[in-house]
Every structure is written in C-alpha cells, then in structure tokens.
Design a protein around this ligand. Structure first.
Ligand code: 26W
Length: 817
C-alpha cells in the first residue's frame, strides 16, 4: 500500500509551507535562517501531514470499534524522528529534492535534530520499535509515556571520567513533531485521605486527595511504514493546576503562591537514569502514579466516548505494562471502577484481570521493584487499601492450593513482611494480569523456573514468551542505505515489511561478486564511522582493522570489563611476545553509567585511560586501538552498527534478559561473539553454529560453579595470560607516575569475589576471539558468514514480536486505512 502523502505531495506548496514556518513560527527569513531553523521549519511543515493523519486515525469509527493495545511505558527511546518518518511517509526523495532546490542538503538538515532520549536503554528502545511495528502492521495502538523536560543525561569525559550534563532535548523552540492536546488534560491527585460514606445502605469509599496536579498530553506521531496510519505516542507533562493560589497571591505572598507550581513542575522534570537498579525515591513513585493515572483516565475516556460500556473494557482495550514501572495502574483502575463507577469488587476485578498484561525485562534482584508500604500509604492511601484487599484474596487462593504452607504464603505475598514492609510490584502484576511474558526463550524459561515458579503452578497458562525484536525500517533501511540498496537489488523492495524475505540473499553467500559488493558496503560504513571518530575525537583509524563493537549500558553483568581484560591481553602479547601476530583491531565502546554506580564509572575511567595509552603507544604499531565514543544514543548507534565486524554480547549466562543490540548488529552483518544468554541463544539457532562465536559457561555451568564455591584466585593463579593482563591494572602503565589508579576493577574481580564470573570465562573468550581473528584473514569466508547473518535473522523483526503479542496475548485485529 502506498501512502496518500506520496501521491498528493506537492513540492511547491511544501516549500511554501517551510518558508511560512520560517517566518511565522521562527521569525526569520530565507536569507537569514540558520540550518537549525531550516530543519525546524521543515519538521513543522512535515508534521502538518502527520497531525492530520493522526486526527483522522483517532476519529476513524473502525478503529474506535476495534480492540486496541495501550502500551504503558515510563520510557520511549524513540531516536530522531524526521528521517525515519520521511521513510515511512515515502517522501524521502521528494523532500530531499524540495530542500535541495531551496539550497539545503537533507542529510545535513537531519543532523540538526537532537535525539529525544526519553529512555535509559533496552526497555525504552524496545517500546519505540514496538510502536513502529504496531503502526506498520496497523494494529490499533496508543503509546503512553512521560514528557520529561530532561531526558537521559548527556555524557562527556573530563580527564577520562564520566561527566553528566542535563539534556533539554526540546530546545527553546520546541520539538517540531510534537503537538499539544490541552483539551485532553486531566487532574491527578496525590496524598490526602479516604472517606467512608453510606450510599443507599451500601458502604462506599472515596479518596480525597491533598494535592492535585494537571496532566497535559503531547502527541508524537508514529507513522505506519508506507501506510496512512498514524498512531499517537502520548506523553504526559505535569503542570500546576492554577498558576498560583489566588488567596495567597492577594495576601501579597507571591512566592508562597508559586510553591505548588514548583512542586508540580518537578514530577516530569527528569528521567531517572538508573537502568536495572531501583532506588525507591518518592518522586519516582509520583512519576509512576502520574503516568498510570493519566493514561488510565485517557483510555477510559476514549472507551466511553466510543459509546462502549465500562464492563466491556477488555473487549476493546488491552493494557500492556512495560515492566513493573506502571503497576500502580492496576489498583488505579480498580479504584475508578469501584469508587467512581460503583462497580462491586468482583465486577471491577473481572475487568482488571482481563485487561492488564505484564512484560518482565529483568531477573536481576536489584532491579525488581518494591515500594515501601508506608510511602504508598501516605501518597496513595486508597490504592494501599486496594492492594491489601487484592493480597488478602490472593493469599486465600495460596492457602487453598498449599494448605498450611506458611513459607509459600510469605514468599508469594504481595506484601513483603519485615521491619519495613514493602509492596512487591512484580507479584502485584502477576496477580492482576491475564498474561505475563519474558522477552526471549531462555529468559522466559528462567522466569518460570526461578522467578515465578509457584505462580506458574497456580496459573499454568499465564506465563508466555515473546522474543524481542527490532524495527528493520530504522535498523537497516534507514541506518544502512548502502546495504539496503544491495539487498533490494537482489530480492526487491518488500523486505522492510517482511524481513523473512532476507533469506533470499542466503543463496548469494558464496557468490564472489556479491561478497565483494557486500564487503565494500561494510568498508564504506567503516569509513563513515572512522570519519566521525576523526572529526569528533581526533583519532585516526585504519578501516582494514577488525571493528569490534560493544555498545550498551555500562553494567557489571554485561561485562565490559571482560572485554577490557581481552584488550589488556592483546596489549600484553603485543609488547611481550615477538611471535604474536594479530589482525589489526579497533575496539569500540559506547556506554553510559548510572551516575550513582561507582564501579561502572571506574570501568569507564579505566577504559579511557587504557585507550589513551594504547592509541599513542608506538610499540603496538597501530595493531590495536581503543575508542570509547562519548554520549551513546540512538543516532550514534545508527553510525556504529552498520560499521561493525564483531558484536560483543558477553553477559554472564542467565543475566541478560534478551538484548536487542545483538539483533541490530547481526542484521547489519556483524558476527557475534557471545555467551548462551538472552536472545543470543535464538540468534545462534537462526544463523547456525558456524556463523556465530559462542563461548563461556552456560546457565547450568554458572550455577554449578557457584554451588561448588567459585574462587577467582584459582583462575588468576592458574592462567599466566590472565594474571599478566589483570596485573597491568595495578601498576602505572596507563596512569604514569600514579600506580593503582585503575585498581577498582581488579579489586572487584579478585577481592570482591568476581560476582559475574569474568575470570571463569576469560580463557574461553580469548580463544573465541582468536578463532575470529583467524577467520578474518580469510575475507571470503568472513563475507559468507556476515551475509548469512543478514540473511537469517528475519525472525528478529519487531513486526514478528508484535504479531506474537497480537496472536497469543492481545487478540486483536489490524485495521487497514
Ligand atoms: C527501576 C529501575 C529499573 C529501570 C529499568 C529497573 C529495570 C529497568 C529495565 C527493565 C532494564 C532494561 O532495560 N532491561 C532490558 O530490557 C530489554 C528489552 O526487553 C532487554 O533486551 C535487555 O536484556 C534488558 O536488560
């Protein structure tokens, strides 16, 4: 299907609209406008199309009468929208031409856009890929998130240390793609108390909040690929209800009067930068409730305005909870149905448990959310009552299933007993949802086996798997135009909407001519990255080297420090073993560390220090370079991924729920070096054992080693290369005159007990790298493997993930426009 925009696009009126925005919106002229203003005006002119389609989609009766999914997520890491939307609208060439005629290069203008970095990492990026796939396949969807004033912090390096700076992603002129929807604003309460009253002989309860704020929605258009469907990503901004209390204003107490304004403004001020680690801060719970309450009200408003009864909610709406962050939506829906719409408990519970579904994204204990009972009690007193009652009824079920088993009740209870009683959000989610899923086959098995085994016994059909995916529009067609053109040349242009078609290039994997074309695209992408590094970091790179890439949040379980040890081992061998021969290699990192995560920041510091020394050491003879690219974000991933030869997916087995960078890199022809963890397991299934480099302990090996008592010293003393590599961290090799400045990593691995088994996997990791080095010397053989990676990872299109959700969980139909 072709977009109407493409057929109706009128170049002259588009150019006029851009000029109109230059003058009317940005108060400048064609002669004086900066590139930034040209980009903004172009964005506004394009957004006129998408806003119209958004409103049309919204008022389409067929959509109102169909079942929709509401994707609730505290994070949507959408990346730049302009280039991607142009591709979806089918207008890329035409707009490039139109802008060229006005004297502007489209590629340069697209560089003017700031990344809206409204997410931390995997979970937020997944939400963005899922929105794209819902729109592409026209499954009715609304995404609900928060309109943070500051997204994830900007990272820079000062003396090799991470420095954080606020990221005001919208800039003063505003973001051209967003449209305010003040008519959909609502009031959201906090604090206060619960009133009990009699209503015709029935005892009822109502919450009287002590503070109310306003939720103001901003819609971003999610444009369906080559369709006219545009769904909203609705982001809530928190505002004060009235600018200030008139009474105190008239008292002359102007600053007191603005107090509420200051408080309310705080709620959506900034995205919390913790990934996989919860901190239990009050403002974070306020964000979560604000997000849930605004979204639930909006869902109910749409439902009622479409003429449906509240009891029929599950027939028209399903609510997907992206991890436990929006869990409070469950008691909120209960509260509204009972207290405002006079449902009985059983009626309300029947609606809730047919409406909510929950995705688990992590098994790490420190990431599982618990909130203090006393905090919820204070902030949301009515919700706490409802949670108690949910738990009371649930524990009756537990007692019926396991009579007399007190330990079971304690383990499963939504309330964790103890000095400070805590509410376990994951337990509340499992009890209140009709479906719970993990994000890769292995992860979902571990969810059943280790995280929720009793829930699985109690509700045997509730737990599912939906393996994650990535949108091929952004992560191949848009970011890798060279490879896209080569693929289209061989198999036609339908593959971005049906990624399994990539199998069609497998038959060219051994075709010498195709291999050369494929590798020359890779080379050009490596040059593009090398140019970026030269321009932005002043490091010269050799594009004949292996480009070895690890890009993801900095976390011990992801083991950037295992990669560091490998680098140290190469450096050691280059300096000490005259016979050591290696293919030149550039190791790239990009990663942000949570500002409070001390060891993660020490690892960044060490990698930067090592890079500084290695890159300028004439003794390594340009065989080894280390490049830590600052401020990792979607737009830099779009440059790194197409240029990668090697993809590092080296988490401790059982720790990475899925990973999605692994999929993007494989799709773009990087060979994975990885553990049997997350989706790596399924990537191996798809590409075959010959085309992936698997190393290290598997989940059962990890467990066995821990059970027998793991001692990192044994490995340190038994493996001379490991010892030599680690010892480099103790001296002043990388910090001249200041020995020991890099010892934090050493200490955590040796005295700290090496909680992620880095030392145990070192030898096997080094051998896997040696095998890759050997393979790279045979370029034809390497090309074959790379081509097969591209050809065989069609399964990891997020279109497939969304179809799995639709068929197995959401049960809804697409509505084509
Ligand atoms: C409350 C603190 C907090 C913040 C974020 C806890 C947990 C999270 C996220 C769930 C962490 C996250 O992004 N998990 C990642 O989700 C991806 C998408 O499913 C997976 O591919 C990654 O393996 C997983 O780490």
């Amino acid at each position: 299907m072709k977009p109407t925009q493409q057929n109706q696009f009128d170049k002259t009126s588009f150019q006029n609209s851009v000029k109109q925005h230059l003058s009317a919106t940005y108060a400048t002229t064609v002669e004086h406008a900066s590139p930034q203003q040209w980009y903004l005006a172009m964005g506004r002119a394009l957004a006129e199309f998408t806003t119209l389609d958004l409103l049309e989609t919204e008022s389409d009766k067929r959509i109102q009468n169909a079942k929709s999914v509401n994707y609730l997520s505290l994070e949507f890491l959408i990346g730049r929208l302009t280039g991607n939307n142009l591709i979806s609208m089918g207008l890329y060439q035409q707009v490039a031409q139109a802008m060229e005629e006005m004297g502007h290069n489209l590629t340069d203008l697209l560089e003017e856009e700031r990344d809206p970095s409204l997410g931390n990492g995997g979970l937020g990026r997944l939400a963005a890929c899922f929105m794209d796939s819902c729109a592409a396949q026209e499954f009715p969807t609304v995404g609900y998130g928060l309109h943070y004033e500051y997204g994830l912090f900007k990272q820079s390096f000062q003396d090799c240390h991470q420095k954080e700076a606020p990221d005001a992603w919208r800039c003063v002129e505003g973001y051209p793609w967003e449209v305010a929807r003040p008519e959909l604003a609502q009031e959201i309460g906090f604090y206060g108390h619960v009133e009990v009253y009699q209503d015709e002989g029935v005892e009822r309860r109502r919450w009287v909040p002590g503070m109310t704020v306003q939720s103001m929605p901003w819609d971003l258009p999610i444009v369906g690929y080559e369709s006219d469907t545009v769904y909203p990503l609705r982001l809530w901004e928190c505002r004060a209800i009235a600018p200030f209390s008139l009474a105190s204003f008239n008292n002359g107490d102007y600053f007191e009067a603005q107090h509420s304004l200051i408080d309310a403004g705080n709620i959506t001020k900034v995205l919390y930068p913790n990934d996989n680690h919860e901190k239990g801060k009050t403002l974070r719970l306020m964000q979560q409730y604000f997000h849930s309450a605004a979204s639930i009200r909006d869902i109910l408003r749409r439902h009622i305005q479409s003429g449906h009864s509240l009891a029929s909610l599950p027939d028209y709406e399903t609510i997907q909870l992206n991890d436990t962050h929006p869990t409070i939506a469950i008691p909120e829906l209960m509260r509204i149905l009972m207290d405002e719409h006079l449902f009985t408990w059983d009626e309300a519970w029947a609606v809730c448990t047919k409406t909510f579904a929950y995705t688990n994204h992590t098994l790490l204990p420190e990431a599982l959310e618990t909130w203090s009972e006393s905090l919820i009690q204070r902030l949301l007193p009515r919700h706490m009552e409802i949670i108690y009652h949910i738990n009371h009824l649930f524990l009756q079920e537990v007692r019926a299933k396991w009579p007399g088993d007190v330990a079971k009740q304690q383990k499963l209870s939504i309330i964790q007993e103890g000095f400070h009683r805590m509410v376990r959000m994951a337990n509340l989610c499992v009890v209140g949802s009709y479906a719970v899923n993990g994000v890769a086959a292995l992860h979902s098995e571990l969810v059943k086996r280790d995280l929720f085994p009793e829930f699985h016994e109690l509700y045997p059909t509730r737990l599912h798997n939906v393996t994650n995916g990535i949108t091929p529009r952004r992560w191949l067609k848009y970011c890798n135009p060279g490879l896209s053109a080569l693929i289209t040349d061989k198999i036609g242009s339908e593959w971005p909407a049906d990624l399994d078609q990539l199998q069609g290039i497998a038959k060219f994997a051994e075709d010498g001519q195709f291999q050369k074309q494929y590798m020359s695209v890779k080379k050009a992408n490596k040059q593009r990255l090398a140019d970026w590094v030269q321009d932005n970091m002043g490091i010269a790179l050799n594009t004949d080297a292996i480009f070895d890439v690890q890009i993801k949040r900095l976390h011990e379980y992801k083991r950037q420090h295992l990669n560091m040890l490998h680098i140290l081992s190469l450096y050691y061998r280059l300096l000490n073993d005259p016979d050591f021969d290696m293919v030149p290699r550039v190791v790239f990192f990009a990663a942000k560390a949570a500002p409070g995560y001390h060891l993660a920041k020490e690892i960044i510091y060490a990698l930067n220090k090592i890079a500084e020394k290695v890159n300028s050491d004439p003794r390594v003879n340009d065989k080894l370079k280390v490049v830590f690219i600052p401020d990792y974000r979607v737009s830099i991933a779009e440059i790194i991924i197409p240029a990668a030869d090697v993809s590092e997916q080296i988490s401790t087995a059982g720790k990475e729920a899925s990973g999605t960078g692994n999929m993007k890199l494989a799709l773009n022809g990087a060979l994975t070096i990885g553990t049997m963890d997350g989706a790596n397991v399924e990537i191996r299934e798809e590409v075959g054992d010959d085309n992936i480099y698997i190393f290290g302990l598997e989940v059962d090996g990890v467990e066995a080693l821990r059970a027998q008592g793991y001692n990192p010293y044994d490995y340190y003393h038994a493996d001379p290369l490991l010892k030599s590599s680690l010892d480099l961290l103790l001296g002043d090799e990388f910090t001249p005159g200041e020995p020991g400045k890099l010892r934090a990593t050493f200490d955590s691995l040796i005295d700290g007990g090496d909680p992620y088994l880095v030392l145990a996997d070192f030898a096997s990791y080094v051998s896997a790298h040696e095998a890759m080095d050997e393979q790279y010397r045979d370029q034809a053989g390497w090309a074959k493997k790379a081509i097969l990676n591209t050809a065989l990872v069609g399964k990891f299109s997020s279109d497939r993930s969304i179809r799995d959700y639709v068929n197995n969980i959401w049960k809804l139909e697409s509505v084509t426009r």
